[in-house]
Design a protein around this ligand. Structure first.
Ligand SMILES: Cc1ncc(COP(=O)(O)O)c(C=O)c1O
Length: 365
């Protein structure tokens, strides 16, 4: 029988979040950190126009999108490269720079898909502990070994929602050996409302740093599968060699270009999300449910233990509310809840309030 490489048999098939709900209930899906808002009007218009060219292969060099991203972020167009979601960019980076002899380092609660990609590349992964659910640069540096080729940091973090400051990333890059690539995955950067948070694109020019951004989150284009990164020239060159050409549809390129140019809409969504995040966390605090401070479009909710999580999750499920359990991340006492619309978040808060009331009654009995 035909057999794949032996190490690939150890890779677990990708598990999508369980999005099923109780029969007859309208689902409120808050498990995948998608945007609850549509893309901007210009992007929707660009989509309709792109449909006229659907019989043609898409562009392979996406120059117009590179220029748009570069102009908006003050970067050089030739530093920009795009992929079919950041998942593809991460996958290609691990293919290129990891292998059986190498290891990668990431922090305790970082994005799981990175570990899968390292495993596919047959590399080992060292996990650095976090401090107070935030990336700890010293711990990352302690985990680096002679055979380490990638250090992967998600900032702000998924599932924690916490962030570290630019100075810490500079300190990390300065202390890493030259043959280690630092990947900074900023999938949620556009949601950050803290004034002290600074972009780190200018680290890329120092070499051995890449910064990843996606159109799947604030831009509302998760279904179009498009992301971009800021890369040193040799990394862009590597992408051109091994990425499947033309794998981003023309509609995605056109929508992304229109979306990135509409920063007024991005700012509006950032402000609205920050308000909703704060009011949702406050509503939960008022009924004695703790949330971790977040700078993203989701909130990590902390319960006493996994039994309490199970009970809260059932109460939410019965109302058709689907959230993300966190055992896989080593946080069995937590649930991650993506921000939906304002009425949806009010409904989630009300449901947890009722659940908390019921739990208290049962304790007394
Ligand atoms: C930290 C992080 N990176 C990357 C991704 C994947 O994004 P994309 O849709 O661009 O592949 C996600 C998706 O949830 C994420 O949370």
């Amino acid at each position: 029988m035909l057999k794949p490489h032996k190490h690939l048999l150890e890779v677990a098939p990708y598990q999508r979040a369980d999005l099923s709900g109780p029969p007859g209930k309208e689902l409120i899906q808050l498990a995948q950190n998608e945007s609850s808002k549509p893309p901007c009007t210009a992007a929707l218009k660009a989509y309709r126009k792109a449909c006229h060219d659907i019989q043609l292969y898409p562009e392979t060099h996406f120059q117009d999108l590179q220029i748009a991203i570069a102009e908006v972020h003050g970067l050089d167009a030739d530093q920009i490269h795009c992929g079919s979601g950041s998942m593809e960019l991460i996958s290609v980076l691990t293919q290129a720079y990891l292998g059986p002899a190498y290891s990668a380092v990431t922090s305790e609660y970082s994005y799981m898909f990175f570990r899968t990609c390292a495993q596919i590349a047959d590399a080992s992964v060292k996990i650095a502990p976090e401090t107070d659910l935030a990336v700890d640069v010293d711990a990352l540096l302690n985990a680096v070994q002679d055979n380490t080729r990638i250090v992967f940091v998600v900032n702000p973090g998924n599932p924690t929602g916490s962030y570290i400051q630019k100075a810490e990333l500079v300190q990390l890059r300065d202390a890493l050996p030259d043959n280690v690539l630092l990947i900074v995955d900023e999938a949620y950067a556009e949601y950050v409302s803290e004034a002290e948070y600074e972009p780190v694109f200018n680290l890329v020019k120092r070499g051995n740093v890449v910064v990843l951004r996606t159109f799947s989150k604030i831009y509302g284009l998760a279904g179009q599968r498009i992301a971009w990164g800021c890369f040193p020239p040799e990394v862009v060159e590597m992408f051109r060699r091994i990425q499947i050409p033309g794998n981003i549809p023309g509609s995605a390129l056109a929508m992304a270009q229109a979306a990135v140019r509409d920063q007024v809409y991005v700012r509006k969504l950032r402000i609205e999300s920050a308000k909703l995040r704060a009011s949702f966390s406050l509503s939960l605090a008022e009924v004695g449910v703790e949330t971790c401070p977040s700078q993203t479009n989701f909130v990590l909710v902390r319960f006493t233990d996994s039994a309490e999580v199970k009970s809260a999750r059932i109460a939410l499920y019965q109302e058709g509310i689907i959230v993300r359990p966190m055992e896989d991340y080593g946080l069995p006492h937590c649930l991650r809840i993506s921000l939906g619309t304002e009425p949806q978040m009010q409904f989630v808060a009300d449901t947890l309030k009722r659940w908390k009331g019921e739990s208290r009654k049962q304790e007394v009995q």
